[in-house]
Design a protein around this ligand. Structure first.
Ligand code: F0G
Length: 355
């Protein structure tokens, strides 16, 4: 049967009725790729997978939540949605609003969103409100705005967002036959880690999984409120998607971390970029910097033995590498580019010199 998106697939586990008109772009059903070369390099026996959420329609996991949020907004008669965003939510909001024929307003931190995400918000025709502030400032305004303007918030504080995002855990359980032992995620607002835990516990309760995973949340050192134990006022990281100092799902994330015997940890920008490069060069998988934080975490904790050998581990790659071409190009060696004249001789020489 033709795949029609995650609401259609998981209709019985989502807050929709038979009469709900679904706004979908065919999101979900993303590949779970088993890593071959990184575990070998680590010299450890682990089953390490990446859930490649960058292959959703707008290139990030946000589409899972946005199909639900926009479907419910339209069902409720809303004609406009709004979000604050570090980029991916704005791209998804813009696309799903276009599909639904409603307006999207996106509040973004000026100069701090990756090029691909900005292109998406613009080309889909959303109304972009740039602020001279960060994501947390934008979020604060967006939380207050619905008292002043007829707009539906589609940030992850909208409960329908997490309902949609929990389906990633369903897919993983269906593919592996049960939950993995560990699930690693990059954490910004902590909406996605909360949604995954919802999905895992829900499937466990109805007998579709024998167990629930230990949940591991990884942040960038310059934007690591969960490691600091309190809000960070001026978050800074190259992983702009998770440049967040005041997570909206703070309580839920602390609770699930405890319930699952999990932990939080943080990584320097250069470690995050090294993990991104390792995934592209050793496994052929290109994700954006924020996403690579999950793999940086998994690699360190496997090396340290905090994740023991024999474990199954899933890392969520939250967004596609093409979202942020600037950071990709900037970290590559420009001198590796060989410039030649357009002759057979020079191209041949360029090849043979490398062999
Ligand atoms: N990875 C990527 C690529 C993201 O875009 C985000 C969040 C996260 C991880 C963190 O997820 O916030 O649920 O803990 N991006 C939001 C946005 C904030 O506006 O696009 P979280």
């Amino acid at each position: 049967m033709r795949y029609k998106g995650l609401i259609e697939k998981y209709r019985d586990r989502l807050p929709v009725s038979d009469s709900t008109s679904i706004i979908s772009l065919g999101e979900g059903n993303t590949p779970l790729i088993k890593l071959e070369n990184i575990p070998k390099e680590l010299g450890k026996e682990v089953d390490l997978y990446v859930k490649y959420e960058g292959l959703n329609p707008t290139g990030s996991f946000k589409d899972r939540g946005m199909t639900m949020a926009v479907t419910k907004a339209v069902e409720g008669g809303s004609e406009a949605i709004i979000c604050a965003s570090t980029g991916n939510t704005s791209a998804a909001a813009a696309a799903y609003a276009a599909r639904a024929g409603i307006k999207a307003f996106v509040v973004i931190p000026e100069g701090k969103i990756a090029l691909g995400k900005l292109a998406q918000a613009m080309i889909h025709g959303s109304i972009i409100i740039q602020i001279k502030g960060n994501f947390d400032d934008g979020m604060q305004i967006v939380k207050e705005i619905s008292d002043h303007a007829p707009v539906t918030i589609v940030n992850s504080i909208n409960p329908f967002r997490l309902q949609g995002q929990k389906t990633a855990a369903f897919e993983i359980i269906e593919e592996l036959g049960s939950a993995p032992d560990y699930h690693c995620l990059p954490v910004g607002n902590a909406g996605n880690i909360t949604a995954h835990w919802m999905g895992y516990t829900e499937y466990h309760e109805i007998g579709k999984s024998d167990s629930t995973p230990t949940m591991l949340g990884y942040q960038a050192e310059g934007a690591a409120p969960f490691i600091k134990g309190s809000r960070v006022d001026n978050p800074e990281t190259i992983a702009t998607a998770i440049r967040i100092g005041n997570p909206q799902s703070w309580d839920q994330a602390l609770k699930l971390s405890k319930e699952s015997n999990g932990w939080f940890d943080a990584f320097a920008d250069k470690e995050i970029l090294a993990a991104q490069k390792m995934l592209t060069e050793k496994e052929g998988v290109f994700c954006e910097p924020a996403s690579a934080t999950s793999v940086a975490g998994a690699m360190r904790d496997i090396k340290l033995g905090k994740i023991p050998e024999g474990s199954s581990v899933v890392c969520t790659l939250t967004g596609h590498g093409l979202k942020d071409p600037d950071s990709a190009i900037a970290q590559c060696d420009q001198s590796a580019m060989i410039n030649v004249n357009p002759t057979l001789e020079e191209v041949k020489k360029a090849i043979l010199d490398q062999m």
